[in-house]
Design a binder for this molecule. Structure first.
Ligand code: FE2
Ligand code: FE2
Length: 253
């Protein structure tokens, strides 16, 4: 059963993780296994392993075996996000993942359009990749503003009030579940856009005749998608469920 301490939030999962998102929360090394099999542990992280495997046409036992092997290996090499207070986690997401997007977007925007312009005749999928990326970029920029200006400040205020034993803030949007539902839908949409790009680019594999810009573009898009997966994972599987639980805990008090 999931429990929450007062003071610095300390969520502990006494039960074995059930969903693939929970598995990644408990041990971030498992994200690499899911990534390898093209399984969505961030937006689709609320599914049990068997269901997530079925969706991808994979044998759950094969994937389970690889996950079990990690359990036998010593040392979790990931950051222990699980133990962080929500205000620290929210700041980390902004400083690490939002900043990465803000810095990567201008270059990727220019490169997707340039490569599509130069090579689009011979590789028409590049034009569609540029269109998908434009949509993802615009969506994410608005999305991050909403998180940074509305949702995250409220979550941080709750976390700090809890730590200091002060009254919890009153949300301007009803329950925190309302903006969280909206953010999760937007994650789904941005994730879908990047998934389309991955398919159009044959898993970011440049063709033999690809020039340097073409190759750099695919490598950078791949990096962008991996970062987005980690980013959405931290929000969907850690920050958001903990914020909902913290708010409910206040209501119960
Ligand atoms: Fe975010
Ligand atoms: Fe988000």
């Amino acid at each position: 059963m999931t429990t929450f301490d007062t003071g610095i939030i300390n969520l502990t999962m006494a039960q074995k993780p059930v969903t693939i998102g929970e598995m990644v929360v408990a041990d971030y090394r498992k994200a690499e296994v899911f990534r390898k099999y093209g399984m969505d542990y961030c937006c689709g992280g609320k599914k049990p392993l068997e269901e997530a495997c079925r969706k991808k046409g994979l044998d759950p036992q094969t994937v389970q075996k690889e996950l079990d092997e990690l359990d036998l290996m010593p040392g979790k090499t990931h950051q222990d996000y699980e133990s962080w207070s929500l205000n620290i986690l929210a700041d980390y997401i902004v400083e690490h993942h939002h900043r990465y997007i803000v810095e990567a977007l201008p270059m990727l925007y220019e490169l997707t359009n340039k490569v599509a312009r130069v090579h689009g005749d011979r590789h028409p999928e590049l034009v569609r990749i540029a269109q998908h990326f434009d949509a993802v970029a615009q969506e994410l920029q608005m999305h991050m503003i909403k998180e940074e200006q509305m949702l995250f400040p409220y979550i941080k205020q709750m976390a700090i009030a809890r730590q200091d034993g002060k009254p919890m803030p009153t949300p301007i949007f009803g329950s925190v579940e309302n903006p969280i539902r909206m953010m999760e839908a937007e994650h789904e949409s941005a994730g879908g856009g990047m998934e389309a790009i991955r398919q159009l680019s044959s898993d970011y594999t440049p063709p033999l005749d690809a020039c340097t810009s073409y190759r750099v573009l695919f490598a950078k898009l791949n990096e962008f998608e991996q970062d987005l997966h980690q980013h959405v994972h931290l929000e969907n599987n850690l920050l958001f469920p903990k914020a909902i639980a913290m708010e409910k805990d206040r209501s119960a008090a």
